[in-house]
Design a protein around this ligand. Structure first.
Ligand code: MN
Ligand code: MN
Length: 300
């Protein structure tokens, strides 16, 4: 790996570490999730890096892809299981990682099991080794502790400006015949008290641009223009609303525009992913650099 690339990863990792520490510190009883999101994303930018995706703040049965909406009033409760998932990039080189916070400690065992699953998974990562071993460790560890992995979520490669590249890293023993090559990967086991299966919710707060043509609706065209800075990587409706507010677009115009863009396939959507109601899901995630002679865990 070129030194300049390695340095970008190291910088992204250092900012990620400070950002996740800040988010954990902010995660107190009664705080608005919106305030955590806005402060952490601003911090990342102030450090000279950029968010690789909107901060994910998913609660309880929610597993991923939830980020506060514009004017969100959700507050953090002591009993909540909050997953904080942050991506930071420097020149497109991404560090992606997550922790789970539970203020009343009622679910400490689940979080510990999840952390052990991640540690065991990291211990089998080495250049040229089968990807499948990672998922096998995750599934074995979580089941031994009485939880299910979330079978339909997994880790992934990290490409330049590409949050989900090859290889896909399942959170279970089957499903990959690849061997690890040189590059960055993210390992992210989810522990669930439910069946280990997430479904798409109706709520969509995260988008990315798929293409910039094929719509005639003037509001949709305006949204494309306003979102041009978000090119390549996922962005939050929250980020877009800040621009539409400044551009004096009415609420209904944004809603109509977004609907048109989704219908025309211009915006890719990342719907919230959740387990069945009543289940509890935790997540921990680390990014790693797999090199021929060694593996580096980012943000430690
Ligand atoms: Mn992540
Ligand atoms: Mn990830």
């Amino acid at each position: 790996m070129e030194t300049s690339v390695l340095n970008n990863y190291k910088k992204a990792a250092a900012v990620w570490k400070s950002a996740i520490t800040l988010a954990q510190k902010k995660a107190k009883e009664g705080v608005l999730l919106f305030d955590i999101a806005e402060e952490v994303e601003k911090f990342i930018a102030d450090e000279g890096a950029a968010p690789a995706f909107p901060i994910n703040l998913s609660l309880n049965e929610e597993a991923a892809h939830f980020t506060p909406k514009w004017n969100d009033v959700t507050i953090l409760k002591k009993s909540d299981l909050l997953k904080i998932d942050i991506g930071v990039h420097v020149e497109g080189y991404i560090c992606d990682g997550a922790v789970t916070v539970n203020l009343d400690n009622a679910h400490a065992k689940q979080i510990e099991a999840n952390e052990l699953a991640l540690a065991n998974a990291i211990s089998v990562v080495s250049f040229g080794k089968p990807v499948e071993k990672i998922g096998a460790e995750i599934e074995r560890t979580l089941k031994e502790k009485g939880f299910n992995p979330v079978y339909n979520l997994g880790g992934h490669g990290l490409g330049k400006y590409d949050i989900h590249s090859s290889p896909s890293i399942p959170n279970h023993a089957r499903g990959s015949s690849q061997n690890l090559e040189e590059g960055a990967i993210a390992i992210e086991p989810f522990a669930s008290t439910g069946r280990g299966n997430v479904m798409e919710s109706q709520q969509v707060e995260i988008f990315s641009i798929e293409k910039k043509f094929g719509v005639r609706n003037p509001f949709a065209r305006k949204l494309i223009e306003l979102s041009k800075d978000f090119d390549k990587l996922p962005f939050a409706e929250r980020w877009l609303r800040r621009k539409t507010d400044a551009a004096k677009l009415e609420d209904y115009q944004v809603t109509v525009g977004l609907k048109e863009l989704m219908k025309a396939g211009c915006f890719h959507t990342y719907p919230g992913l959740r387990e069945s109601v009543g289940s509890l899901v935790t997540q921990v995630e680390k990014s790693l650099l797999v090199l021929e002679d060694k593996t580096i865990v980012l943000g430690e």
